[in-house]
Design a protein around this ligand. Structure first.
Ligand code: NAD
Length: 507
């Protein structure tokens, strides 16, 4: 009998069974809108990671999933996606209650898109070629050569709190679509919808036990153990650049495959010919969606000097009108900040911005009329910051945007590119050709022209420079979950024609 996790008690899912932490301990997860406890969750640590990796390894070695034809595997996943769509009615509420993303967003974006991405990745996997013939060669030997793709093996997926369900799908779906086994570790703050997702997949009975595993726990030890376990073949990490560095260093010992989706400080360039109404709303969407807790948020906005005053006036007026409140209230346009530490860090970043000469045009404080116990911040617009101020360079990961004026295109492109990050960028202009020319010069993994945040399951997503390594989504993301093997087949060449052997042995 399948035992799904109850709403208020979340277990780990290991080798197809729901289990508590190896030492029986638990911890509490809270609702960031109210501070109330939401669930008691298994407090796994390194011992739990080891057990889950063992279960994943057994399933991989047993081979029924990895040796299944790609078509059968993808069709099983598409059937899983259909089931997810049938059982997800209360997931948006749970996602909002646990992660603080507004219900307006989770109902329309997080839940339906996560399921759509699961389905799409399964479909796209059917188009991946597992066999690639190489052209016939007679040097170094007359031989038939081809490249065979294979699953990597055991993949650890480590994810952040800002998109708990979507990130769980981005780690599970490509890994299993390409025949791997996976151990998913959600953020300590937001394990609830990942557990729901895994329970719903389990209900279908379509994915062999041990192919998907879920471990939960409050400390860094669980993630560290996955990164250093010699049986783990790949780590797919999404989180901050600071933790990404530790993951890369931890994985170095065993030379694991690593993909990293890290932080950002993305630049939005507003040209003088931009559709002003659209650009103002687009910049608000690009920065304050999900309280700015988005890796690709466009938090540096460069506005042409000719329209700067008018643009900023419109931006500030609209930012002031945004309603902040409980994430599960459909009226709330911004929800809470995930936790007290993050709330304090954002306020400190604003304080530093002011010390560096920045002028807070709106926000900067805590809104009134919000639920007790939550940590809320007003949408904040800062002007006059020097380009090298920390608030203009470092990821704040909150509802804070800095505006700058520009005059010369070459200059604004180099200012936009002057960042340790390179996740996303954007251009607002009616001149599509000109905007594409600017997009080509931005050193980022994604550029939106007259838009923001629209992530496409067919397109690669990831960062240049310290925003990451590798890509997710599309065929690019799927291929990150494969190894390539060259197979050389000799065409019955007799010993007398083996010139390479003669180098050592003589003829
Ligand atoms: P974080 O780096 O603090 O944590 C991410 C995950 O890593 C969590 O599951 C955490 O428990 C785990 N972890 C912590 N220490 C670890 C260690 N030493 N070894 C292994 N795992 C460890 O990030 P966060 O605060 O949860 O998320 C916010 C960050 O995520 C932001 O910087 C944001 O830009 C980034 N992010 C990036 C993307 C992207 O696609 N580029 C998407 C979403 C979020």
């Amino acid at each position: 009998m399948v035992m799904a996790p109850e709403r208020d008690r979340v277990l780990q899912y290991v080798g197809g069974k729901w289990v508590g932490a190896a030492d029986g301990s638990t911890y509490l997860v809270h609702n960031p809108s109210t501070g109330e406890p939401l669930a008691e969750v298994a407090a796994g640590d390194a011992a739990d990671a080891a057990i889950a990796v063992g279960a994943a390894r057994d399933a991989f070695d047993e081979g029924s999933w990895r040796n299944m034809s790609q078509e059968k595997r993808s069709l099983a996943m598409i059937a899983v996606a259909e089931h997810l769509a049938e059982v997800c009615d209360d997931w948006a509420f749970l996602e909002s209650a646990n992660g603080g993303a507004t219900i307006r967003k989770t109902a329309v974006v997080d839940v339906p898109m996560a399921i759509e991405h699961f389905r799409s990745l399964a479909e796209q996997a059917m188009k991946i070629s597992w066999y690639e013939p190489l052209p016939w060669v007679d040097i170094p030997a007359v031989s038939w050569n081809f490249v065979q793709r294979e699953p990597i093996g055991i993949c650890a997926g480590i994810i952040p709190w800002n998109y708990p369900l979507m990130m769980a799908v981005w780690k599970i779906a490509p890994a299993i679509a390409m025949g791997n086994s996976v151990v998913l570790k959600p953020s300590p703050f937001t394990p609830l919808t990942a557990a729901r997702l895994v329970a719903a997949i389990d209900e279908t009975g379509l994915i062999p036990k041990g192919v998907i595993n879920l471990v939960t726990g409050p400390g860094p030890g669980l993630g560290e153990a996955l990164v250093t376990d010699t049986r783990v073949d790949k780590v797919a990490f999404t989180g901050s650049t600071a933790t990404g560095r530790k993951v890369l260093a931890g994985a170095a010992e065993t030379i694991k495959k690593v993909t990293l989706e890290l932080g950002g400080k993305s630049a939005s360039i507003v040209c003088p010919d931009a559709d002003l109404e659209l650009a103002v709303d687009g910049v608000l969407f690009g920065t304050f969606f999900h309280q700015g807790q988005m890796c690709e948020a466009g938090t540096r906005v460069y506005v042409h000097a000719e329209i700067y005053e008018h643009f900023v006036e419109m931006l500030v007026a609209k930012a002031r009108g945004l309603k902040v409140g409980n994430a599960t209230d459909p009226e709330s346009q911004l929800g809470p900040i995930i936790n007290e530490t993050q709330h304090r860090n954002i306020k400190e970043a604003v304080r530093r911005a002011v010390a560096d000469g920045g002028r807070v045009l709106c926000g900067g404080g805590e809104p009134s009329d919000v639920p007790e116990g939550g940590h809320y911040l007003e949408p904040t617009v800062i002007a006059n910051l020097p380009d090298d101020a920390s608030a203009a360079c470092d990821e704040i990961f909150g509802p804070v945007v800095s505006v700058f004026a520009w005059k010369e295109l070459g200059d604004v492109i180099s200012r936009a590119n002057r960042s340790i990050y390179g996740l996303a960028g954007g251009v607002w202009s009616k001149d599509t050709r000109g905007a594409i020319e600017i997009a080509r010069q931005l050193r980022t993994g994604t550029v939106w022209i007259n838009d923001w945040h629209l992530i496409n399951a067919l397109a690669p997503f990831g960062g240049y420079r310290q925003s990451g390594l590798g890509r997710e989504l599309g065929s690019y993301g799927l291929l990150e979950y494969t190894e390539v093997k060259h197979i050389h087949v000799d065409q019955n060449t007799g010993r007398q024609d083996r010139f390479a052997y003669d180098i050592l042995l003589g003829s």
